[in-house]
Design a protein around this ligand. Structure first.
Ligand code: DGL
Length: 274
């Protein structure tokens, strides 16, 4: 058996922003990360289809025969919105966490005027997950959700500095400015890569990245877990391994130094980790 590991997944490179935070909060834990790049972007797909992908990936991590999975983090807002209760119910003895609840809690701590914006994919907006989570904290919050379909393809292509990125960001931020929100949740794990651009265009907002509060919770939960040696990580993609390697080299070269990059493939609705 290999060392116990924490399973983390997203549709693509976005969830690596959560891995980055997890490596700070729980540096002793090996991570197996799945990027479902065969299906990226998830955001415009039917919610049932996304639920199927998220359940298939969770299953492959939790039920694998080669190492013990000590927990799963859905580093994907839309998966957290539509699949979290299903996987939690199936695996009640293993912690399974999403990013929506920690993101909503963090925003609630920072807002002063109770007007909160959410930038997210179409599916996450459609699910209403952030609105519901925020209203559970305070029923009188005004929540404005803006779907940003252009952002994920821009980040996957490494085009954060392009004119297309600037134009899309201006459009989405304009809606939130009109509603006078003071706090903006980055409701998709790809968006923190666009944070320098967003801050330049609308510096008046407090931006909330759910990755950090999520990672802190995981770090506390797994603090007593003993794993010997320096963790080695496994980074799987259901897409092209060479292209994923190049993305990692650009985004997180330090992570690449302590990781193996591997392929994963779908066999019907089952995910096979090679
Ligand atoms: N990064 C994911 C999220 O947080 C999915 C984005 C997508 O593939 O559309 O929602």
């Amino acid at each position: 058996m290999s060392a116990p590991f924490l399973g983390v997944f997203d549709s693509g490179v976005g969830g690596l922003t959560v891995v980055h935070a997890l490596r700070k909060a729980a540096p002793h834990i090996p991570i197996w990360y799945v990027a479902d790049q065969a299906h990226v972007p998830y955001g415009g797909r039917p919610l049932d289809e996304v639920r199927g992908f998220a359940c298939g990936i969770s299953e492959a991590l939790l039920a694998n025969a080669t190492a013990e999975c000590v927990g799963v983090v859905m580093a994907c807002n839309i998966s957290s919105a539509v699949a979290l209760p299903v996987v939690q119910a199936k695996y009640p003895h293993v912690p399974v966490l999403g990013v929506v609840e920690p993101g909503a809690q963090a925003a609630a701590k920072r807002t002063r005027n109770g007007r909160i914006g959410v930038l997210a994919t179409e599916g996450t907006v459609q699910s209403g997950a952030y609105r519901l989570a925020l209203r559970r904290i305070a029923p009188d919050y005004e929540v404005y959700e803006v779907a940003c379909p252009a952002f994920v393809p821009i980040v996957e292509a490494g085009a954060e500095g392009s004119e297309a990125a600037r134009e899309a960001a201006c459009l989405y931020l304009h809606e939130l400015e009109a509603h006078e929100v003071d706090t903006v949740i980055l409701g998709c794990t790809h968006y923190p890569f666009l944070l320098p651009l967003l801050r330049r265009l609308s510096p008046q907002f407090v931006y909330i990245d759910p990755a950090e509060p999520t990672a802190e919770t995981v770090g506390q939960m797994l603090s007593s877990l003993e794993v010997l040696g320096t963790p080695r990580h496994r980074l799987f993609t259901t897409g092209d391994v060479g292209a994923f390697h190049a993305q990692l080299e650009r985004l997180f070269p330090d992570l690449l130094l302590v990781s193996e990059v591997k392929s994963a493939r779908w066999d019907g609705d089952q995910l096979v980790l090679d």
